[in-house]
Design a protein around this ligand. Sequence first.
Ligand SMILES: [Zn+2]
Length: 250
Amino acid sequence: MEPLACPICGAASEPLDVVDVSKSCVEPSGTYLPLSGTPVYYYRCDTCGHCHAPEFLGWSPEDFRRRVYNEDYIRVDPDYVEKRPAVAAAGLHQTFGHVASSLRHLDYGSGSGVLSRMLRESGWNSDAYDPYASPDVSFESLGRYELVTAYEIFEHVADPHRLMADIAGLLREDGVLILSTLLSDGAIAPRQRLTWWYASPRNGHISLFSKKSLTALATRHGFNLGGFSPALHVMWKTVPAWASDFLRTG
Ligand SMILES: [Zn+2]
């Protein structure tokens, strides 16, 4: 198999391994879905460590709706409906609750908008946007925000530069992006089988970031990158007064 161009840095991305499209994040709990017979190859970039699954580049939104984000999706991601938004809302309110009334917040990739609803109940000025759930809403109608969140979004997109450009267009120049995606450092290595639980096509995890590839993505779009854990990250260009303490400790 020939190398492909890395979707992040453009260097050569080599074939790493192949898994069935039914491989899901709940396998460590002993839940294995029946094999589908559709192979998904993951490629790894030696330069930035980014992994991607080119199989999905040809999928339309309708393909994703039918084969990934369908009525069975909850079986492989049981936390996405209530638990994950509740944890995120609590964390955001604890950190920014004291300035929330003066911020415009957008939850990008919001699904049905649970996080924004929870924040609004706590006095936030929060909007929800999801390219799948609300495809008719245009960016132009949204405007620009002080704070954008994107929880478990970056690993789902085939074109991360397009995603970053879209989000950058929704942020004020001194806006802050908080995102979650689990970094692959220590979990993926060349010439080793891809057994990492997060590398799961059935969950729509088709872009697996390393610290280096997420940094490269941020830098390419003019952002700084900070991190709080292997899963929670923050990007910004200019530090706004309302987030100065947060970004200093981040
Ligand atoms: Zn790369």
